[in-house]
Design a protein around this ligand. Structure first.
Ligand SMILES: Nc1ncnc2c1ncn2[C@@H]1O[C@H](COP(=O)(O)OP(=O)(O)OP(=O)(O)O)[C@@H](O)[C@H]1O
Length: 377
């Protein structure tokens, strides 16, 4: 393995589920890379394909799933990997933390026994060594009196402690990638913050990369390095978290930022995005967000846009109208229907809005980005 090799490279990932009613295109053309020690946030409405993408990386999809594209972990292809080869990666190199700890913890065994077994599954060591490792790993996730707690059953732990025990389970084999699927949603705010803090400490200590799937934009803002926004089964915007939050270049991201409670919105009114997410069985032609987009034009409905480079440090967006958005004086108002009347036909609004400037010539925009990139050290 070369040092420049990415920890994870996902290229053109697609996941289809054939059902009686038709084929569900749950994940479509997803490509991204993850570096060692990087924290990537994946956000998007329910059903946008976040969990299915991460299950594909873990090799945890049901047999009915049709997977296409490539997922390379340290250069090894995971798609199509089965049996022992997959087991070796799963739980050892890549570990997963779920929303409900009881999906990983068995109620009939002590927490310490389960941790020790998880360690022994990947290491040929005596039981005593595995037990010591279990206690050490409980200590690592901040559980007080870990030697006493290790002898207890999951139901004797509080919700926050169970979540920590599950993190202990995930890290016991020193994974290089931790996938956390809504790991704190069920916890109260203070405990959430502590659990997230623990995850970041583990990243600092072990250098593991973290993929954090969450609805909570507050979590994303406070924790991740890079964010990836999903809609209709694909990535519609990605970039450094501050850049994406401060200068979103896909109207869906603007809508998402204004519709979900998060720290940056304190004192502001929430504005839901009108309409419903698309059916993944029957996607609209062109951009999947076009039926709900206040900036839609006829071109948006003819072909699905590529993920276009829209700024420095890998900022990209799947929107042919991103320059219009970039130059819009008040992007947040795009979704503030009540302030500009109820919008039945977003195309009419875009056409009637005189504040929308004409887009710069695309070549000029590319040149401007290239110049900015050159200036960045
Ligand atoms: N086994 C399956 N068979 C058929 N469709 C499925 C299956 N698993 C998931 N899907 C569909 O795939 C789509 C994407 O689901 P996914 O769970 O990835 O969404 P999500 O963005 O993680 O949502 P949430 O935030 O609610 O977990 C959904 O439409 C879902 O119904």
């Amino acid at each position: 393995m070369t040092t420049s090799e990415k920890l994870l490279t996902v290229e053109g990932l697609g996941v289809d589920f054939p059902t009686e009613d038709g084929v569900v295109h749950a994940v479509r053309g997803v490509s991204f890379e993850l570096d060692r020690g990087e924290v990537l946030g994946i956000v998007g409405e329910s059903g946008s394909g976040k969990s299915v993408s991460s299950s594909a990386i873990m090799g945890l999809l049901p047999k009915t799933a049709k997977v296409s594209g490539s997922i390379a972990f340290k250069g090894t292809e995971i798609v199509g990997l089965k049996g022992r080869a997959l087991e070796k990666i799963r739980g050892n190199d890549i570990a997963m933390i779920f929303q409900d700890p009881m999906t990983s913890l068995n109620p009939v065994y002590t927490v310490g026994w389960q941790l020790a077994e998880a360690y022994r599954a990947h290491h040929a060591v005596p039981k005593k060594t595995a037990w010591e490792k279990a206690v050490a790993s409980l200590e690592q996730v901040g559980i007080p009196q870990p030697d006493r707690r290790a002898k207890q059953y999951p139901h004797e732990f509080s919700g926050g402690m169970r979540q920590r025990a599950m993190i202990a389970m995930a890290i016991i084999n020193d994974p290089e990638l931790i996938i956390a699927d809504e790991p704190t949603t069920a916890l109260d705010v203070t405990v959430q913050a502590q659990v997230l803090e623990t995850l970041l400490e583990i990243r600092n200590l072990t250098g593991a990369a973290i993929m954090m799937i969450t609805h909570d934009l507050g979590v994303v803002a406070g924790m991740v390095d890079r964010v990836q926004v999903m809609y209709g089964g694909t990535v519609v915007e990605s970039g450094q978290v501050n850049t994406v939050f401060e200068s979103p270049r896909m109207p869906y991201t603007v809508g998402l930022l204004g519709s979900i409670p998060h720290a940056g919105l304190i004192g502001q009114r929430l504005t839901p995005i009108k309409g419903a997410p698309p059916s993944l069985m029957n996607l609209p032609p062109g951009c999947a967000f076009s039926p709900r987009c206040p900036l839609v034009t006829d071109d948006c409905t003819t072909a699905e846009p590529e993920l276009l480079r829209v700024g420095v440090d890998g900022h990209s967006a799947r929107c042919i109208r991103w320059e219009h958005l970039a130059q819009h004086p008040e992007p947040k108002k795009l979704f503030a229907h009540s302030e500009i009347g109820t919008v039945e036909n977003p195309a009419e609004l875009a056409a009637a809005d005189p504040s929308l400037p004409v887009a710069e010539d695309l070549a000029a925009v590319e040149a401007r980005i290239a110049a900015e990139e050159e200036k960045t050290p």
